[in-house]
Design a binder for this molecule. Structure first.
Ligand code: C2E
Ligand code: C2E
Length: 169
């Protein structure tokens, strides 16, 4: 039974929650935060130039980098922060009871942690950076609205030269 749930809601590579879990869970989280009027923030992370890693080192190394990336993030976040793999090299972290100014602090801590980590792979040591979009979740609107906002912020972070944190407008 547990394995079936795992398969449905977990990303098999990283062990993180998957997109399906995020979409199911976000609705419940929004409703909970709206009811208690608690601040609720989220961030999107996208590994910079990930395609180059796959192209230069192969998919096995790419997978290893994704796994290590997930591990670094999870160890740097609180247990109650929910990190999901949206797909590819794109991730979402839901930050319950967290105002957006704190979310910026967390994103910056993660950004530095990732930048400073050295990932050992069979094709050598690899360092990565990632781009961040941060937003307060608007609990009066569908989750898709906040998702679009962080996605746009990540786009701006990439345009600003990557390896940075941008708050959504
Ligand atoms: P800080 O590291 O500057 O964090 C400021 C605030 O950002 C925290 O206030 C919290 O609201 C939010 N925050 C920071 N990191 C996280 C995170 O990973 N997840 C979530 N959901 N929120 C986060 P808070 O809770 O009042 O903590 C105040 C200070 O206490 C923190 O300042 C930090 O210096 C220390 N602290 C609290 N918990 C921990 C912890 O588990 N580990 C460490 N190393 N320090 C902690
Ligand atoms: P946790 O809450 O699951 O947090 C796991 C790790 O996320 C922390 O490991 C720390 O690296 C990071 N982290 C979480 N919140 C913050 C924060 O507000 N600021 C900063 N700078 N880092 C944060 P760490 O520090 O080894 O703590 C391990 C566990 O010990 C935490 O797990 C938490 O359960 C507890 N803890 C540590 N410091 C505090 C604290 O100041 N207040 C509370 N309530 N618990 C703490």
């Amino acid at each position: 039974q547990l394995q079936l749930t795992d398969m449905a809601f977990k990303d098999p590579l990283t062990g993180l929650s998957n997109r399906r879990f995020l979409m199911d869970n976000a609705k419940r989280e929004i409703s909970r935060h709206a009811r208690f009027d608690h601040p609720f923030s989220m961030m999107m992370l996208d590994i910079d130039h990930f395609k180059k890693i796959n192209d230069n080192h192969g998919h096995e190394t790419g997978d290893l980098v994704l796994k290590s990336f997930a591990e670094i993030c999870v160890n740097t976040l609180r247990l109650e922060d929910c990190m999901c793999r949206l797909g590819g090299e794109e991730f979402i972290v839901l930050l319950p009871n967290t105002p957006v100014n704190s979310a910026m602090v967390i994103a910056e801590r993660l950004r530095q942690e990732i930048e400073q980590s050295v990932i050992s792979t069979p094709s050598g040591e690899i360092t990565i950076t990632s781009s961040f979009g941060v937003a307060e979740v608007n609990t009066n609107l569908p989750f898709g609205h906040s998702l679009k906002a962080v996605d746009h912020a990540v786009y701006q972070a990439k345009a600003a030269g990557r390896n940075c944190v941008i708050p959504a407008q």
